[in-house]
Design a protein around this ligand. Structure first.
Ligand SMILES: [Zn+2]
Length: 256
């Protein structure tokens, strides 16, 4: 087990800029803003080693310029998206070695939310940007429902123990939708109690885990009879496969 910790630096309304550190060195993921990151690094006397980017949206990349003006470090990001100041362009199968933190991340291509979205994973954690959320998934802005479904399947095939670091605090509102899809899922009812408690105590709901998400996240449960039935009741059609179920509940969530 690696000796690093992960800390959520809060930004904007509900973004987390995940900061992985070993008390000396730090790596940050998706710095949409620079000021809270620079303040956190200074307050903990951490030296920045690298910046990891999952996709090109402004609330994930907006802080890069100002941060590298202060500390000139490599910036890793997806090869197929236009992002300022990227020094290392990544595609699925690539590796990111962060020697100062004794970490190596592998890359997955997970298109759908954006067309070049990537995830960083090792045997303990995955940083998946705006693709997988707790009890939800990202909106499909640039890809197609089959692409997004396959991207979520890739993430679901990581080991159940993998900690999932998503970029937004959307868990409670996602649970409300998930409860509409699966009102009788008792794991989901328990989760709602837990997250209500955490939110009313100003706690962070994340990370979640791949194994747990498979029990509560409707977008990872498109083969479950309860989710299929709920999707069919919504469209009044017979849905013949999990991708159609996924596309139906994604559309349902857009209007929820
Ligand atoms: Zn995004």
């Amino acid at each position: 087990m690696n000796n690093t910790q992960v800390y959520p630096v809060k930004a904007f309304q509900d973004n987390y800029i995940w900061t992985i550190h070993n008390q000396t060195h730090a790596v940050i993921v998706d710095p949409g803003d620079s000021q809270p990151v620079l303040e956190f690094l200074a307050s903990r006397k951490l030296t920045l080693s690298a910046i990891l980017i999952t996709h090109h949206h402004a609330d994930h990349v907006g802080g890069i310029m100002n941060i590298i003006d202060n500390c000139n470090v490599p910036v890793y990001g997806p090869k197929t998206e236009s992002i300022p100041k990227i020094t290392h362009q990544l595609v699925e199968g690539d590796e990111v070695r962060l020697d100062q933190l004794d970490l190596t991340f592998n890359i997955l291509d997970i298109p759908g939310h954006t067309s070049g979205h990537i995830a960083y994973f090792d045997d303990q954690r995955v940083f998946c940007g705006d693709t997988l959320f707790s009890c939800g998934c990202g909106r499909i802005f640039e890809g197609t429902p089959p692409q997004m479904f396959q991207s979520l399947e890739k993430l679901a095939h990581l080991p159940d123990s993998t900690e999932v670091y998503c970029t937004h605090e959307y868990t409670l509102s996602n649970i409300k939708f998930a409860r509409a899809v699966e009102p009788n899922n008792s794991a989901l009812a328990d989760y709602e109690h837990l997250i209500n408690f955490k939110m009313s105590n100003q706690q962070v709901s994340l990370p979640t885990s791949i194994g747990f998400e498979k029990s509560v996240n409707p977008f990872l449960r498109c083969n479950e009879p309860t989710v299929i039935q709920a999707a069919q009741a919504k469209t009044h059609e017979t849905l013949s496969n999990a991708i159609e179920v996924f596309a139906t509940i994604r559309k349902w969530k857009n209007d929820f």
